[in-house]
Design a protein around this ligand. Structure first.
Ligand code: MG
Length: 135
């Protein structure tokens, strides 16, 4: 599995890297523009991401805007729906407005911080992605 972790907080980055270390290839983007650049580059290389773990409060471009741009890009590439990348919002923002905005923009899941490995794995499993179990 190829995962894009979009997170500006170093501690949250480290936590996600630790949780996901056995799950395949990981790329980290620390701001929204970098995230889109990585996402587009992966498409150009024909090695798209399977999963994006997407924070909302980010420098340059927030996670909601990144999500919209990801879906617009996929639409323009003719990669949509089930063939698209799974996007899991991982954020401190738990208000209904942010949750609804994200689902309207077609995120697949939404987890509020703090994120435990159990909740993260359970969410990834529910998205139908292959998960390597470790302790
Ligand atoms: Mg943040």
């Amino acid at each position: 599995m190829k995962i894009l972790i979009v997170e500006d907080d170093p501690l949250s980055q480290q936590l996600l890297l630790r949780y996901l270390k056995d799950q395949g290839e990981m790329v980290i983007a620390e701001d929204g523009e970098r995230a889109l650049a990585e996402f587009r580059a992966a498409h150009v290389d024909s090695r798209p991401f399977d999963l994006i773990c997407l924070d909302i409060m980010l420098p340059l471009l927030d996670g909601q805007a990144v999500l919209r741009q990801v879906r617009l890009a996929e639409e323009s590439w003719g990669v949509g729906g089930l063939a698209g990348c799974k996007v899991l919002m991982l954020t401190a923002l738990r208000d209904a407005g942010n949750v609804m905005t994200a689902f309207r923009s077609q995120c697949e899941g939404y987890l509020s911080k703090p994120i435990s490995k159990e909740r993260l794995f359970s969410e990834i499993r529910s998205l139908g992605l292959p998960l390597i179990e470790n302790e």
